[in-house]
Design a protein around this ligand. Structure first.
Ligand SMILES: [Mn+2]
Length: 338
């Protein structure tokens, strides 16, 4: 991490501050894990701390400490505006541009009179931050939060609640330590988190052995009826309409991981999951090896992310989105079939 930025943050946190922690829309394990990890350390250091999420935390993450204290912008916009008004320091965790928090909250954040601190691993951070920790090689923001407190010299503040939260962030963003971003350093961080109280078995169970019956039925339906492999390009496509989601009593988070099932097919380089939800067609893109779905999402689907994992939205309906995916594949034929 940038030593100058570490010095600046040490100076900033040397007196008690009113701190607001924020993360991206549709928060995942890394977003919530990083928030909870930061929250608990900062509280122990004597700061006034609040956590804001743009929309509700999915149920599968609610076992984490302090998740009942997350203030949800979509249900409590006035409370969030008040917190932003009172805050002296605004942390952006696991996202690097305010528009990732969605409409309304992005403007509130941009207009707040605060010191802006970034801890994030996504590509191309906005230039709005006063103190920025941006590392696109990091497997997760949670790993960067560990690195941050190590550099600040406060790892001794870590307890089981912090260790579990950061363990969850690293585990979920690395697909359980299997994506290329997983390094020996990641494993050293994980080992230290276990030494500091992370309950690795329980965290795995809480995330992966916690399916609802309807989610498994939806997964079965999707894999049986809505999975298509375009062999010419080594691409797999999955799709679900709002009507299909309704039929299976869809709850937020239920389709988490579906795209990885498609990517697990031997020979498939790219998997794309297209989901219609709240009138918007959203996409999750995943790849194996060095094919950049970040680039594909940026080029064609108003999105982005990482080399092997990205998101986007087409602005079209389901049928046209699938047609658009098919129409852009020839541009990538060399990279998809080499
Ligand atoms: Mn992340």
């Amino acid at each position: 991490l940038d030593q100058q930025a570490i010095q600046a943050v040490k100076e900033l946190l040397s007196t008690p501050k009113n701190i607001l922690l924020t993360t991206h829309r549709s928060p995942d394990g890394d977003a919530i894990g990083s928030s909870v990890g930061m929250y608990r350390v900062l509280k122990k250091l004597g700061h006034t701390v609040n956590m804001v999420v743009p929309d509700p935390t999915p149920d599968y993450l609610k076992w984490m400490e302090n998740t009942d204290e997350l203030v949800v912008y979509s249900t409590s916009p006035e409370r969030v505006a008040q917190l932003l008004d009172e805050a002296e320091v605004l942390f952006s965790l696991d996202y690097n541009a305010y528009h990732r928090m969605g409409k309304g909250l992005d403007e509130l954040a941009a207009n707040a009179e605060v010191t802006r601190v970034l801890i994030d691993h996504h590509q191309q951070p906005d230039a709005i931050f006063d103190i920025a920790f941006s590392d696109t090689t990091a497997c997760s923001t949670a790993q960067m939060v560990y690195e941050f407190w190590d550099a600040v010299g406060e790892l001794d503040q870590f307890d089981a609640g912090i260790a579990n939260a950061l363990y969850c962030g690293i585990m979920t963003d690395t697909g359980s330590f299997r994506f290329p971003s997983t390094t020996s350093y990641t494993h050293r961080v994980i080992a230290d988190l276990i030494d500091r109280g992370a309950e690795n078995v329980q965290v795995h169970q809480a995330i992966y052995d916690n399916n609802s019956f309807t989610r498994l039925k939806l997964m079965g339906y999707t894999l049986s009826n809505k999975l298509e492999v375009i062999e010419e390009y080594n691409v797999a496509i999955l799709s679900l309409t709002q009507a299909e989601l309704n039929e299976f009593n869809y709850k937020k988070g239920d389709t988490e991981g579906f795209v990885n099932q498609a990517l697990s097919i031997g020979g498939v380089r790219v998997a794309i999951f297209i989901k219609e939800s709240d009138g918007i067609v959203k996409m999750s893109l995943r790849s194996k090896g060095d094919f950049s779905v970040n680039q594909m999402a940026r080029d064609h689907f108003n999105g982005g992310g990482h080399i092997n994992a990205a998101g986007g939205a087409s602005g079209l309906n389901m049928e046209d989105t699938i047609a658009k995916v098919r129409s852009v594949l020839p541009q990538y034929k060399a990279a998809l079939t080499s």
